[in-house]
Write a protein that binds this ligand. Structure first.
Ligand code: NI
Length: 169
């Protein structure tokens, strides 16, 4: 089932999400919905708060479903390593139409659980490292806009508010 993606201005995007403690059919249905919603958007990553669900779950697929078996599902993820630096343009399905250069570590290692509660480790550099950090930020109630210079952020927020006022957001 496709779920509506909430946009900047929705409180769930700025609220830290809760740890998952039950790995049941409802969690599996949520994860399947998130994968379908990410592919339909289309996007390379989606976090549960983006569909209004305050749980620490995210999905990533750099191939957007083009290559089978590349989807990464992470439940309760956390960083165990972060190093290096990269500067690339970044966007977000919850902030459509805005792409900004965001500084991020170049390589990360994340540990978490899969949909059945089994431990998983994911190591990524380049785009995967960026996607992992972007999605884990969502689970902490952070957006990529919180990682750019304050002036840049306020310019974008002002543009979004203008869109909201004219009902185009
Ligand atoms: Ni995002």
């Amino acid at each position: 089932m496709l779920r509506p993606i909430v946009k900047f201005g929705t409180p769930s995007l700025q609220t830290p999400a809760q740890a998952v403690t039950v790995f049941d059919a409802a969690l599996h249905a949520l994860i399947d919905d998130m994968i379908h919603t990410m592919y339909a958007a289309p996007g390379i990553g989606l976090a549960a708060p983006q569909i209004g669900v305050p749980l620490r779950v995210c999905v990533i697929d750099l191939s957007v479903g083009e290559r089978g078996g590349e989807v990464i599902t992470l439940v309760n993820p956390e960083f165990v390593e972060r190093d290096g630096m990269q500067l690339e343009e970044e966007g977000c399905l919850s902030v459509p139409g805005f792409e900004v250069t965001v500084p991020r570590p170049g390589r990360v290692v994340v540990k978490g659980q899969d949909r059945n509660g089994h431990s998983v480790n994911v190591e990524g550099s380049g785009l995967l490292a960026r996607a992992l950090q972007h999605e884990l930020d969502h689970l902490d109630g952070k957006l990529f806009l919180d990682r750019v210079r304050p002036l840049q952020r306020s310019v974008i927020v002002r543009k979004i508010k203008k869109l909201q006022r004219s009902d185009r957001w």
